[in-house]
Each structure stands twice: as C-alpha cells, then as structure tokens.
Design a binder for this molecule. Structure first.
Ligand SMILES: NC(=O)C1=CN([C@@H]2O[C@H](COP(=O)(O)OP(=O)(O)OC[C@H]3O[C@@H](n4cnc5c(N)ncnc54)[C@H](OP(=O)(O)O)[C@@H]3O)[C@@H](O)[C@H]2O)C=CC1
Ligand SMILES: CC(C)CCC[C@@H](C)[C@H]1CC[C@H]2C3=CC=C4C[C@@H](O)CC[C@]4(C)[C@H]3CC[C@]12C
Length: 467
C-alpha cells in the first residue's frame, strides 16, 4: 500500500513538528485550492449544496427505479403526496442487519486484499509539500480476485437457495447505510487531518464547512491503509462492477433474458478491466494528486458511485430491451472502440513521461514541451513532459470525448423511455466539462508559461473548432 516518500523524511511521514507549526501558523495552503476553490460560493455555498443535494439524488434515483418504474413523473407525484422526508424515514432502513454485515464484510475483504496482494511499486506525482507517494500496484489482482470470489460466492449461495440479488432488493437500505457510514468516516478523517495527519500535505483552510467537504489531508493512511486507494479503487470502482453483475442476475431472474443488460454490462465490465489495468495511471490524476480525502471524494466514491454511476444498470433491471444481434454488435463495437481510444490517450501521456519522450506516438517521435516547475515546499527545479502530439495534440482533453461516447453506448441499450436512465451521462457531461476548467487552472498554476505555450499550440479543450 502507498507510503509517502519525502525529500525530508521528517517533513512527510510522521506529521512532523514543522508541519504542526504550519497548521497553527498562517503558512500558505495548496496553490490549486487558492487558485480555484476560493470565495464564499466555492468554499461554503457550493459544498453545502452538494452535501445536501447529492445524497438525496442517490436515494431518489433508487426510489425512481424501484418504486416509480423509472419515471420522474411518477416520482414527482410521490414526492408531492408523501414528501422527501417520508422516503428517508419509511422506505429506507439504515439499520438492516443483513445490509450492515454485507457492507462490513465486503470492506474487510477489500482491505485484506489491498494489504496483502503483491505488486510492483509505483510512484505518484510529487505533492505541493514535496512528498512522493509510493503505491503497491496491486489493483488488477485485487479486481480479478474479487470478481472470481463473487462468482464462487454466487454458486455457494445458490446451494443454500440464496442469491446475491438481495443487494438489489435492499439497495435503498444499502445507499442509506453507506451514506451514514461515509459521514462517520469523513468526520473521522477531517479530525485526523487536523490532529494526526499522515503527511505534511494537510491542514485546515480556516473554514470548517470547506474542511469537511474538501478534506484536511491529501493522502491519509489509517493502520497502513491508504484511504483514497480504498475509497476510490477498492470500494467505489470495485462495487460498481459487482453491482452491474448483481443487477444483471436480477434482471435474468425476473425476465429470463438479458439482451440490453448484457450489452451494457459487457461494455462496463470492459471499462472496469481497463481501469484496473491502468490503475497506476489513475494515481497521477486530479482525484489523487489534488482532491483531499473529504466528503467530495470519500462520500463520492462510497455512495455516489453505487447510487449514480451504477444507476444505468439499476434502471435496466426492470426495463429489458430485446436489441437483437445486429444492434447489440453495433453498440458493443462502438463502445469498445471508445474504450480503446480513451485507453490509448491515457497510455500516450504516461508512456511519453515514462520514456522521457523516447517512444513513438502514432508512429512518430512525440512532440513535447519540457515544462519546468517548482512545488510549494522548495524551490528545486523539476520537469514534466507535456505531450503536444497524438491525442494530446487534437485537444487538451480530447480523451473525454470517447469517455462520454462510451457512457452513451452503455446507456443507449435501455432506449429512450425515461430520463432517469441518462442521469449518469448528463452528470458525466458536466463533470468532465468542469474538469477541463479545473485541470487548465491546476496546470496553469503549476507550469505557468509552459502551459500557456501548450494552450497556444493546442487551443481547444475537448473538441477542435468547437470547445
Ligand atoms: N467516469 C468518470 O467519472 C471520469 C472518468 N475519467 C477518466 O479518467 C481518466 C483520467 O482522467 P483525467 O481527467 O485525464 O485525469 P487528470 O485530469 O487528472 O489528468 C490530467 C493531468 O494530466 C497531466 N497532463 C495534462 N495534459 C498533459 C499533456 N499534454 N501531456 C502530459 N500530461 C498532461 C497533468 O498532470 P501533471 O500535473 O502530472 O502534469 C494534468 O493535471 C480518463 O480516461 C478520463 O476519461 C475522468 C474523470 C471522470
Ligand atoms: C460529491 C459528488 C457530487 C461528486 C462525486 C464525484 C466522484 C464520485 C467522481 C469524481 C471524479 C470521478 C472519477 C474520475 C476518474 C475515474 C477514472 C475512470 O477511468 C474510472 C472512473 C473514475 C475513477 C471516476 C470515479 C468517480 C469520481 C471519483
């Protein structure tokens, strides 16, 4: 599991005295947060809105699928007759023992795999405080072992007349219990980041609401477990494929065929397999190198992924469509192509850096900008390669186009009867568009004139000539 290597061990590993002085004093916080997340709107209003709205969105999506046949019109009628509070109080049981045991059982299993499965070491990017996180790259084996264990467990349960689809039957309770659990974790992490941080990349913003929402630590570790690897990868990104499989089994139990569900499930499972194959690359993304372990990322991965990201499959349980071989193949082919392009774009960026530009991109020597930068902790000059050719020469975030195309491909098998099916796609559209702005600001602050040069050479964010 990740360790944090610092230029100065005292500055990173043990929440040193110097760092505590920083917490008590007025030293500068992360430049990204200063540059992007500032002002009353970003630091207080938006966090409050998201912390209230998002858990309700998850519950209402489940309620729409389970009680309103996927229709927002019917949901509107229910809401006006019984109200939102009644749904939380009467339709959700956060204390159901089978739900609590299943969640805890899975978490223990996931932590054991995270801690014990071997893998090569891989480094994350150097942090603003000059720490370099070290990870054990065991994501792919954790994923394979989990999927294999799920198949074995499903067969064992069958012998006793049981089925994993109990998760679907009590999915509202699962989301409710996970929400409570996540808040407990977030409270713990917020306090831990202030009183016993795992590294010097921590501290308060001075605003308790923002601290809770955004987190007080970049790389918290508890008993040797890296919390963000656990929440993002071992929980969120592993629960999502498990839910896809469980929902497909449920649909099959009910209807005896899984035509549209199969197409959607196949594309999603290919996407998860790709994700875990590339997991070390994920450790170099905004989620890990910028987002602190607070409500946004921890609650997001523990609840928003099962509640919103898996809502496509949840909806499809009761809305099977007979697509037929031709359309199934067309959608699977388009979706697979989107996965491939997205993967190759992520790969190009990584390969150029790993080989210091000594590789071929689309058969040619890559065009790069050797961008110099320093981190907040010291003035030591550092260098990163910005790729200007390949997919990174089309637009600065062109790879989001196949990501969106893929999300559409695994959604469209459910056809167009209800808007609920497209909530994930719509959310992703806004998330990725917003991310293009976030990343430009983050990279602009980090690389300054080198980023300006990249923006001149590659002027569009996502689609050349349009955006
Ligand atoms: N389904 C979902 O909800 C989402 C999926 N994704 C997917 O996750 C994957 C990774 O996400 P992504 O948003 O790219 O991660 P990031 O936004 O974190 O990656 C961008 C980072 O890459 C580096 N970078 C930027 N431009 C270049 C360049 N030209 N050459 C080399 N490095 C560069 C910079 O980091 P540095 O500081 O190292 O220079 C930058 O911060 C993608 O496949 C994306 O589609 C992403 C978001 C949401
Ligand atoms: C609080 C909420 C309103 C928002 C929570 C959002 C998070 C759950 C998601 C934000 C960014 C997402 C991801 C980024 C990159 C990824 C790589 C991709 O290959 C797989 C998906 C993912 C891990 C994705 C997962 C959800 C987020 C962390």
């Amino acid at each position: 599991m990740p360790e944090t290597r610092s230029r100065s061990k005292a500055a990173a590993m043990n929440a040193p005295n110097g760092h505590k002085a920083h917490l008590n004093g007025s030293a500068k916080e992360l430049t990204y947060e200063d540059g992007f997340l500032k002002g009353f709107f970003n630091r207080t209003l938006m966090p409050l809105f998201l912390m209230v709205f998002s858990p309700n969105l998850c519950i209402l999506l489940w309620y729409t699928a389970a009680r309103c046949d996927g229709s927002f019109m019917t949901l509107g009628e229910h809401l006006s007759s019984k109200g939102l509070v009644s749904i939380w109080l009467n339709d959700i049981n956060i204390f159901r023992p089978v739900v609590i045991y299943t969640i805890l059982g899975y978490m223990v299993f996931a932590v054991i795999l995270q801690m014990t499965l071997p893998g090569p070491y891989t480094y994350g990017p150097v942090t603003p405080k000059g720490n370099t996180p070290l990870y054990t790259d065991n994501g792919f084996s954790c994923y394979l072992v989990t999927m294999f264990s799920f198949v074995v467990l499903t067969h064992c349960l069958k012998l006793y007349g049981l089925t994993p689809t109990i998760v679907y039957d009590h999915f509202g309770d699962f989301l409710g219990t996970l929400t409570v659990f996540s808040h407990v974790l977030c409270v713990f992490l917020t306090i831990k980041g202030l009183v016993a941080p795992s590294s010097s990349d921590s501290g308060s913003s001075g605003n308790p609401i923002f601290d809770y929402y955004w987190g007080t630590e970049l790389y918290p570790r508890v008993l040797g477990v890296d919390i963000k690897v656990f929440t993002n990868c071992r929980f969120g990104m592993t629960i999502w494929p498990l839910l896809c499989l469980i929902f497909a089994i449920k649909s099959y139990e009910q209807y005896g065929f899984i035509d549209s569900m199969w197409v959607s499930c196949f594309l999603q499972m290919t996407y998860f397999t790709k994700f875990f194959w590339w997991e070390s690359g994920y450790m170099r993304t905004i989620d890990i190198m910028v987002d602190r372990a607070g409500f946004y990322i921890c609650w997001g991965c523990l609840c928003f992924i099962p509640g919103v990201y898996a809502s496509v499959s949840l909806y499809m349980v009761n809305h099977p469509v007979k697509l037929g071989t031709f359309w199934s193949l067309v959608i699977v082919t388009c979706g697979s192509l989107a996965i491939l392009i997205n993967y190759l774009a992520d790969w190009q960026k990584q390969e150029v850096r790993d080989t210091d530009g000594q590789c071929l991109i689309w058969g040619k020597k890559p065009e790069v900008i050797r961008a110099k930068y320093t981190v907040e902790a010291d003035s030591k000059p550092r260098e990163s390669l910005l790729l200007v050719s390949g997919y990174w020469g089309i637009a600065r975030h062109f790879h989001y186009v196949p990501e969106l195309a893929l999300a559409f491909a695994w959604t469209v098998p459910g056809l167009f009867e209800n808007l609920m099916l497209y909530v994930y796609f719509i959310f992703l559209f806004f998330l990725l568009t917003h991310r293009t702005f976030r990343d430009d600001i983050k990279c602009g602050l980090k690389y300054q004139k080198y980023w300006t040069e990249y923006c001149k050479r590659v002027p569009f964010k996502m689609i050349p000539g349009i955006f």
